[in-house]
Write a protein of this length. Structure first.
Ligand code: GSH
Length: 283
């Protein structure tokens, strides 16, 4: 037992910063803190996002739709800087009361529709364009099974493992052990599924792949939390095969650049308003 044992008080109070990378944006209340409106561009879809794994799921989907030649899927990708608190502006909160990226405004119909939660956005776009989500039967259910698996599992990878391994102000053995165990279990689940299936939900590339790749594909590629050695990600050979296959897709490569303001200079693009913006960023 550690010497610095924390005894929780009777009632929790928000009286001190918790430390760690995201301490400045964490608060125990929801809602807007300032009245900034959102910019609106000319395309039918207005995306407000950032190239974190949750944001990239949606930009991959848009770029895959455009790669299929679906011009109606044109979008403006606006940057929401979560470190600066953009997600607490009144305009953003009005389309996502949960103040998290990604959030989408679909202006393609008679009435504007707000869509939040990356899984909901993927389903919305898949149904709208009849792509990347089988319309019936086992294939559809299996795609939704794995999409929901991702939505439920990734918080253990990001908010659990990633937070305590990479972002917490100190390293604590208990949470790192707990979440490393869970993340390795999740990788093993994926590895077994991908042993007998080309893609996550079977032999078709779907929104389940797009949701899972930015978290687990990037993790096994050694590009998340610098945890490749710690988690021995090379052991998951079927996940590795799938991650490499997806990395080669044009839609995936283009989607990963959008709303990215860190990393290699030539692969950054704060805002996306046309295909040419991405061409210039990756050329
Ligand atoms: N379940 C949500 C999670 C979204 C989420 O956690 N977004 C993070 C960035 S990856 C965020 O906006 N954080 C800002 C904050 O917590 O204030 C989804 O999949 O859309």
């Amino acid at each position: 037992m550690s010497e610095n044992v924390y005894l929780p008080p009777k009632i929790w109070t928000w009286d001190k910063a918790s430390g760690g990378k995201f301490a400045n944006i964490n608060r125990p209340i929801s809602g807007a803190t300032h009245d900034t409106a959102l910019p609106v561009g000319e395309h039918p879809f207005q995306l407000y996002s950032l190239a974190t794994p949750n944001g990239v799921k949606v930009t991959i989907m848009f770029e895959e739709l455009l790669a299929l030649g679906i011009a109606e899927a044109e979008y403006d990708g606006w940057l929401i800087n979560i470190q600066e608190g953009d997600q607490f502006g009144e305009g953003f909160v009005s389309i996502n009361p949960n103040s998290k990226i990604p959030a989408l405004l679909d202006r393609s119909g008679k009435e504007d529709i707000r869509v939040f939660e990356s899984g909901s956005i993927l389903i919305h776009l898949a149904e709208k364009f009849d792509a990347f989500l089988p319309t019936s039967g086992i294939a559809r259910t299996e795609t939704l099974n794995w999409l929901m698996w991702q939505m439920g599992s990734a918080p253990f990878l990001g908010g659990g493992f990633g937070h305590f391994y990479a972002y917490a102000p100190e390293k604590f053995e208990y949470p790192i052990n707990r979440y490393a165990m869970e993340v390795k279990r999740q990788l093993d689940v994926l590895d077994k599924q991908l042993e007998n299936n080309e893609f996550i939900a079977g032999d078709e590339y779907t929104i389940a792949d797009m949701a899972i790749f930015p978290w687990y594909g990037i993790l096994v590629k050694g590009k998340l939390y610098e945890a490749a050695e710690f988690l021995q990600v090379q052991e998951y050979e079927h996940v590795q095969r799938w991650a490499e296959q997806l990395s080669q897709r044009t839609g995936v490569q283009r989607g990963r650049v959008v709303n990215k303001t860190w990393g290699d200079n030539e692969y950054q693009l704060a805002e996306r308003h046309s295909a040419a913006d991405i061409d210039n960023a990756i050329s």
